[in-house]
Design a protein around this ligand. Structure first.
Ligand SMILES: Cc1ncc(COP(=O)(O)O)c(C=O)c1O
Length: 360
């Protein structure tokens, strides 16, 4: 449309994993499982559910725009000050805020390819010049990204662990990248799957850069905390950066139910341990079955697995859909033979493997 901004014309809207109800309706199925959006297959922790229920009683009021209590809890949890934290309507929102606050039209961003699609989408909308660094063996090629840095580079996006590959960038690689970034470049560490990977020996501790470097770290309540439907995530950075992000966010960006549930779930270590164990067990099962099917996959440090089906993944996707199983086919990422499957409950994983055998 002529009235739209020039930047919008090239934007392909993000296609999320199909909702369960839509597939039930379209396929006339009673039972449908979704293994498509890297959500936690377990229900949220009881404390989070109780807090959400209680918060419903006050939804006649606007939420606390400053997320005072959630930020206080996060600050304690992360050992930083509330001034170092911003809360977002999902961590996705903070990607958009970072571009809005720091990128002037025509300035550059560096993005791996393929990786989480929102970096590209949000950068296009913001009018950025995008420099892509292809992955190497399904991992971020950090030396290549470092070589792309110029005086005009405003943001470098690093998904760590990465989606859709499930691989991660090591401590040594991050130290190298940070040492190469000029002062006017912000490195954006998207750690939506952090909790799944934090115990790996050479996984980086990006928090150590908060004080002295221009970095933003984002984490999410959508994954390990199982609150994807409420949309809540957070960013951590030096207070000057957070202040800029706050200037460009909407006043009531995070709803009150999300704030309450996030706060209640934050320190539930048992729930986190339970999820980690459950995901590891489920991945071992999937790997074993995929091995016996002779299918290649990328070993993942997250709650999803990228699988090479050795054939057109769109067809595999459609056939699985008919059997009531929603996964992601990877053509939007230009990985035409690949599917990405989120770890489900053991019942769901078995159902997926059974259907996959039939389909192949
Ligand atoms: C790498 C990555 N970052 C961010 C997000 C979005 O997280 P949130 O639900 O907090 O917006 C996702 C969701 O799939 C993701 O894979």
């Amino acid at each position: 449309m002529k009235l739209a901004r020039k930047e919008i014309s090239k934007v392909k809207p993000y296609t999320p994993g199909k909702p369960i109800e839509e597939v039930k309706r379209e396929m006339g199925l009673k039972e449908v499982i979704k293994l498509a959006s890297n959500e936690n297959a377990l229900p949220p922790a009881p404390a989070a559910r109780r807090a959400a229920k209680k918060a419903l009683l006050t939804i006649n009021r606007y939420p606390d725009g400053g997320c005072f209590y959630l930020k206080k809890a996060l600050a304690g949890h992360l050992r930083v000050r509330p001034e170092n934290i911003i809360v977002g309507n999902g961590s996705d929102e903070i990607i958009i805020l970072a571009l809005r606050a720091f990128l002037k039209r025509g300035e550059e961003v560096i993005i791996a390819r393929p990786t989480f699609l929102i970096y590209e989408l949000a950068s296009q909308i913001a009018g950025a010049r995008i420099k892509f660094a292809p992955l190497k063996d399904f991992r971020y090629d950090i030396p290549r990204m470092a070589r792309l840095i110029s005086g005009k580079t405003r943001l470098i996006f690093i998904a760590n662990p990465d989606n859709p590959t499930g691989t991660y960038v090591t401590k040594k690689e991050i130290d190298f990248l940070v040492s190469r970034a000029p002062k006017n470049t912000i490195i954006y560490f998207d750690e939506a799957y952090f909790e799944f990977a934090k115990n790996i020996k050479n996984f980086p501790d990006t928090m150590k850069y908060i004080k002295n470097k221009n970095i933003i770290i984002t984490r999410s309540f959508s994954k390990i905390y199982s609150l994807a439907g409420l949309r809540v995530g957070y960013g951590i950075a030096k207070s000057e950066i957070i202040e800029c992000l706050n200037r460009v966010r909407e006043p009531f960006n995070v709803n009150s139910v999300a704030q309450a549930a996030a706060q209640a779930s934050l320190n539930d270590r048992r729930y986190i341990e339970k999820t980690i164990k459950f995901v590891e067990k489920a991945k071992s099962f999937l790997y074993k079955e995929l091995d016996s099917l002779g299918l290649k996959y990328i070993p993942s440090v997250t709650n999803f697995v990228l699988i090479n089906t050795g054939r057109d993944s769109k067809k595999v996707y459609r056939k699985l859909l008919k059997r009531g199983i929603i996964i992601r086919e990877m053509s939007p990422w230009k990985l035409t033979n690949f599917i990405r499957v989120t770890v489900g409950t053991m019942k769901e994983n078995r159902k997926f493997i059974k259907a996959l055998k039939e389909v192949l």
